[in-house]
Write a protein of this length. Structure first.
Lengths: 260, 210
């Protein structure tokens, strides 16, 4: 009981500290709107209403993540449970509390698992964006995009370039129409419900199982078959497990608007 | 003689009460020393890879609040389902019942069955109780109701994909996860077309680890 009380007290003071206007500092308010998921349901294009929410203007950086690890040593490289992160967790860092390369302090933190990202977000009094929120916020062209160039073409250009050995800093690619930086072209990002993509076996009918083992089967359900960039994101997400860490996979946080 | 019994009796009663608090130890007729040793091992394990280090209160089919670590002490044959599911979940539960029937007698009291619902809204503990009786699930089964957030976390831990459908229901992947008595994942069997004998072998392996 005492532990419980202590636990909720520290959670409370955490929120107090970061509370008020400071809580949404560095975040962008994304207006409400309609999102059309990339994958159809029952062969119909779906419309999903997105409520207004706050999204971090840039991905969480190495320096920001170090603060979290210092405050929560169970998330250091040497202590983290294999249940929550695989053996490559934070492998680009020099040590438990040492990033080791000043050039990447302001670069996105990568090699972090979903569990680590989710725990960071909670610690900040935030949450991970849902896949729908992320896709909705990402479907906005750069503010200074060349005229007539499609966003999907630009994204494919970014995807076709290999990830540099040293990741550039955040806010180094582009700002989109919502005022959010680097949604494409810097790293991939975790979303809260990344494991909600099932292009494989559908649980509701036995017959659907076989054909759906083909990876191309998913394309039959796509809204826009030319949107290869979305294919890549959805296929990538489907390949992940929550304790995986990947060298170019990071995250950013979101919060609800009505909490503020 | 009488005196001695009176001296021992309170101690015996106390130990019965203590053991009753954690149902884990009820089936093990172990001395105090052994029980203590086991607790230590369990704690070390919880600090490493056990699912039971994830805190949070769930509600079982009897309306009782429980934390996951209260499931420790027995192997848990675990799956995620929802009770309004038409095809996959009944099949999953039938598979698990077939596994239960095939368990050798010496394992029966070392293995429990755990169903965690995807459906935070409809699968209340009352509904889970009704489902358990419909499906004739005995006392070795625990059915858990949790919040949407707890359920998402559980799906990540058990590596289950799922998505709520517009208009109710869920689409989800199917897998049985075998948790050893400390809550570590000991085995995982994907799909609905399972070989019951192989699963029983995997359960034996999990019991042997204990």
């Amino acid at each position: 009981m005492a532990i419980l009380v202590l636990g909720s007290f520290s959670a409370f003071s955490q929120r107090k500290m970061k509370g008020g206007d400071a809580a949404t500092a560095g975040m962008v308010r994304i207006p409400a709107g309609i999102y059309h998921p990339f994958l159809k349901a029952n062969n119909k294009t779906v419309s999903v209403k997105i409520h207004s929410f706050y999204l971090d203007a840039h991905a969480v950086t190495n320096a920001e993540f170090l603060d979290f690890v210092k405050a929560n040593p169970q998330w250091t490289r040497s202590k983290v449970s294999r249940l929550f992160a695989d053996e490559n967790y934070l492998k680009q860092w020099a040590g438990d509390f040492n990033i080791g390369n000043d050039r990447v302090l302001n670069s996105p933190v990568t090699n972090v698992s979903w569990f680590a990202a989710e725990s960071y977000a909670k610690w900040m009094g935030k949450r991970l964006p849902t896949m729908e929120e992320w896709e909705y916020a990402a479907n906005s062209a750069p503010v200074n995009a060349p005229k007539g160039e499609k966003l999907s073409t630009m994204i494919l250009g970014w995807y076709s370039r290999p990830t540099p050995a040293v990741l550039p800093p955040v806010e180094s690619t582009f700002k989109n129409g919502f005022g959010v930086y680097d949604m494409h072209g810097l790293i991939w990002e975790w979303v809260y419900d990344f494991n909600s993509i099932i292009t494989g076996g559908d649980s509701r009918s036995a017959g659907a199982l076989d054909k759906q083992f083909y990876c191309a089967a998913g394309s039959l359900n796509a809204v826009n078959k030319e949107d290869y960039a979305s294919f890549m994101r959805f296929a990538f997400r489907e390949s992940l497990k929550a304790n995986y860490t990947v060298a170019n996979l990071g995250f950013r946080c979101a919060t609800d608007v009505d909490q503020k | 003689m009488k005196n001695r019994i009176f001296k021992i009796l309170p101690a015996l009663m106390l130990s019965v009460i203590l053991f009753s608090c954690s149902k884990n130890d009820l089936h093990e007729n172990k001395g105090n020393a052994d029980a203590e040793k086991e607790t230590v091992v369990q704690k070390e394990s919880i600090a490493q890879n056990s699912l039971y280090q994830v805190s949070g209160e769930w509600t079982n089919q009897n309306g009782k609040k429980i934390n996951l670590d209260q499931l420790a002490g027995k192997v848990q044959v675990t799956a995620m389902i929802f009770t309004h599911c038409g095809y996959a979940c009944p099949k999953m539960v039938d598979n698990m019942k077939a596994i239960e029937e095939k368990l050798p007698n010496n394992l029966k009291n070392k293995v429990d069955f755990l169903l965690i619902s995807f459906d935070a809204r409809n699968d209340t503990s009352a509904r889970l109780k009704q489902y358990a009786s419909q499906k004739q699930l005995d006392n070795n089964w625990t059915l858990l109701h949790g919040s949407a957030e707890q359920i998402r976390m559980m799906s990540m831990l058990l590596q289950i994909q799922y998505s709520p459908l517009q208009g109710g229901g869920f689409t989800h992947s199917n897998a049985i996860t075998i948790l050893d008595q400390h809550g570590d994942i000991s085995g995982r069997i994907e799909g609905l077309d399972i070989n019951v004998g192989q699963v029983v072998d995997a359960i034996k392996e999990a019991v042997a680890k204990s």
